[in-house]
Design a protein around this ligand. Sequence first.
Ligand SMILES: Nc1ncnc2c1ncn2[C@@H]1O[C@H](COP(=O)(O)OP(=O)(O)OP(=O)(O)O)[C@@H](O)[C@H]1O
Length: 252
Amino acid sequence: MLSIKNLQAKIEEKEILRGINLEVKAGEVHAIMGPNGSGKSTLASVLAGREDYEVTGGEVTFDGKDLLDMDADERAREGVFLAFQYPVEIPGVSTTNFMKTAINQVREHRGEKPLDAVSFLKLMKEKMKLVDIDQSLLSRSLNEGFSGGEKKRNEIFQMAMLEPKLSILDETDSGLDIDALRIVSNGVNALKSKDNATIVVTHYQRLLDYIVPDFVHVLYKGRIVKSGGKELALELEEKGYDWIKEEAEAAV
Ligand SMILES: Nc1ncnc2c1ncn2[C@@H]1O[C@H](COP(=O)(O)OP(=O)(O)OP(=O)(O)O)[C@@H](O)[C@H]1O
């Protein structure tokens, strides 16, 4: 589904990604971990097509198409979803209206008819239940005045509504209380299918107790320096990153 080859990117003349290689197949969950500043958020942002970053080398294909050639909107319409570390607030636009527009854009792109009001409401109800989100939240301006946990929950709700092929969750565990963490994780797990894939950027093994990854990758200084199964996250929790850094430095 997603193939990243030797991806390099910089921001304001600072080289951040220095040759990322990653293959993600349909049905898989990949966790990206790594010390602060290693480039995790940059990778997520580059994949979603945020413009502040300059891709300086490498290639990324998504379902056989050149992802780097598409702008952020096209990527979203193709089925890439990025849950931001700090979701934006959009005053004056309710989540409901925002979702209606977003869904119908995706449907149009797929050559499908827009959802009528009844079907849209039915879908909203079904997905609201999945993430246990309150109706009153959805009629308020998008993310405005939402608590950290409410924003995160709202993001997972958007993801549930859009049913993306590839979801990239950037530190979705930050700011979630224990119950919300469980609800968000349950939502992510309930959406998991053999046809979609998830990349979770996280600092904590705790999230991976709920969203169980098939693969764990460690990013360090802009490269994936170690990959393994979910046991790698446990090892990191126990031993920290020093041993990984030493291994990576020795290999250079
Ligand atoms: N706008 C920017 N201008 C300059 N440097 C930036 C900018 N954005 C990111 N960086 C730098 O790029 C590096 C990688 O940042 P990134 O946010 O991708 O790391 P991260 O692995 O997600 O870190 P964390 O775990 O702390 O969230 C950092 O050194 C950061 O300071």
